[in-house]
Design a protein around this ligand. Structure first.
Ligand code: BTN
Length: 252
């Protein structure tokens, strides 16, 4: 049985995540597990920690889907990591080799091409995830200059202009396969693949909260629970569940 059941395109939405979260809370049809919502223009796109996600009309892919979380998936925060594997594999199919920066960024040579924002809504009938994915498809260098961090797009990486519809079809097909594994076996079923795609394995990093370094050491990837594995200079390895990975600010 397919995971994705219906796809609805909107000319414009504030945020596909917000739309689906509101729909779930209101018990609307669009909120069923497997519903996909895509916006040609997203006016108030959101990233982690309330950061803005900028995307010009028609240039990029901005979509979200609903997934009912079964009780056995207590490791549901690792949905982000599973989605990251699916996106990386999709980009590779378009000739762009991405890497995953824990937990939810996809980078190509240090420049961000995709962000993933998974949120949850608890209802009387169970827990639902809303997973939102933004992929820079046809964004040009001049537009990306207005983003505060280095960014790239499929166009920049391959010099080919892709149809956003084709990128959506490919990413949904990859998600279908990867989320199938995740629903049955959790992150453990995908961890090996995730580690092969992880950015900066073995490198010195700082783990920051609101721009302030809280810990530092060598990045060891993600553990079975999805937590960031950090080997401190003392040799001790710790699991961290939140924070931003920074390479440049690390002073070991
Ligand atoms: C991040 O980089 O912190 C995550 C960015 C997630 C952006 C996508 S675009 C589609 C969906 N709708 C949103 O408002 N955000 C996500």
């Amino acid at each position: 049985m397919s995971i994705f059941t219906q796809t609805t395109w909107f000319d414009s939405l504030d945020s596909t995540n917000t739309y689906l979260k509101d729909a779930i809370a209101g018990g609307a049809e669009a909120a069923r597990s497997g519903s996909v919502v895509v916006a040609r223009a997203q006016l108030k796109g959101r990233g982690r920690k309330s950061r803005a996600w900028l995307s010009d009309r028609g240039e990029n892919l901005t979509f979200s889907f609903v997934l009912a979380i079964p009780e056995r998936r207590r490791d549901f925060p690792t949905l982000t990591l599973a989605a990251g594997v699916a996106v990386c594999e999709t980009l590779a199919g378009f000739g762009a080799e991405g890497q995953i920066k824990w937990p939810n960024d996809i980078l190509i040579k240090g420049r961000k091409i995709c962000g993933i924002l998974c949120e949850t809504v608890q209802t009387e009938s169970g827990l639902f995830a809303v997973c939102g994915i933004g992929i820079n498809v046809n964004m040009q260098a001049a537009q990306m200059a207005s983003i505060d961090k280095p960014a790239t797009s499929l166009l920049e990486e391959t010099q080919i202009c892709y149809r956003v519809e084709d990128v959506l079809e490919a990413v949904l097909s990859s998600l279908e396969s990867r989320l199938g594994l995740w629903l049955d076996g959790g992150f453990a079923a995908l961890r090996e693949r995730w580690m092969a795609l992880a950015c900066g394995l073995g490198m010195p990093i700082a783990v920051e909260e609101d721009g302030i370094a809280k810990d530092s050491g060598f990045f060891q990837g993600a553990g079975e629970s999805g937590a960031l594995l950090l080997r401190r200079i003392s040799g001790e390895t710790v699991e961290l569940y939140c924070g931003d990975v920074a390479w440049n600010s690390c002073k070991l």
